[in-house]
Design a protein around this ligand. Structure first.
Ligand code: GLN
Length: 203
């Protein structure tokens, strides 16, 4: 875990998808970014981001590179995680279409690509009270719908129709949208804040 002598080390799963934008966002908040392709890249990480992309391809590559168990172990050890879009699908405990869960760390059920064809991609200003008064601009691209929120999960934001779009189960945070695609870094700062809160809890 991080200490005050060094910046936090935040990994980005880099097998497929929107990696570069998360790496830039991590650097912008003053943390060190680590691209994770192999299990050894997970050593000494304080937190991990699972980016957007194509979750079926990501699932296959996670297993091909032997990343499933070491990422699950990092999560069990309490390292904060942020999953965005496909990353949310990878973290979810349940999939409404019956696909097997990958990491199963987020107490929600998701349905892939469920916003419907006319809403394939859309943008919306979201109230996210945990990030302050100013709305967060959400960019949704073939986003999953959160079809059920379990009792261990807090809803941090809802879309204009009331569907949950940002959720947190303990140290695992996820958004159906892409916070890395706007200049607003508050979601990445929340992840960094969860690292320091974890350090305080264990100190
Ligand atoms: N539709 C993709 C999936 O199901 C997720 C889209 C995204 O991450 N932008 O994996």
């Amino acid at each position: 875990m991080s200490d005050s002598a060094r910046p936090s080390r935040i990994g980005v799963l880099a097998v497929q998808g929107a990696v570069r934008e998360h790496v830039n966002a991590i650097r912008e908040i003053g943390a060190d970014a680590v691209e994770v392709r192999l299990p050894r890249d997970l050593v000494d990480l304080d937190a991990l981001i699972l980016p957007g992309g194509e979750s079926t391809a990501m699932r296959k590559l996670i297993d091909a590179y032997g990343l499933r168990e070491p990422i699950a172990a990092l999560g069990r050890a309490g390292a904060p995680m942020l999953g965005t879009c496909a990353g949310m699908i990878l973290l979810a405990e349940r999939n409404a279409d019956g696909e097997d869960p990958v990491f199963g760390m987020l107490d929600i059920e998701v349905r892939r690509n469920a916003y419907g064809r006319q809403l394939d991609s859309f943008e919306a200003d979201l109230e996210v009270p945990v990030l302050g008064h100013e709305p967060l601009h959400g960019v949704f691209i073939r986003a999953p719908v959160v079809t059920h929120v379990g009792p261990r999960t807090e809803v941090l934001a809802r879309d204009p129709d009331g569907q949950p779009v940002a959720v947190r189960t303990g140290s695992v945070l996820a958004t159906a949208f892409h916070p890395e695609l706007t200049g607003d870094r508050r979601m990445h700062r929340l992840l960094a804040q969860m690292i320091s809160e974890g350090v305080e809890r264990t100190a």
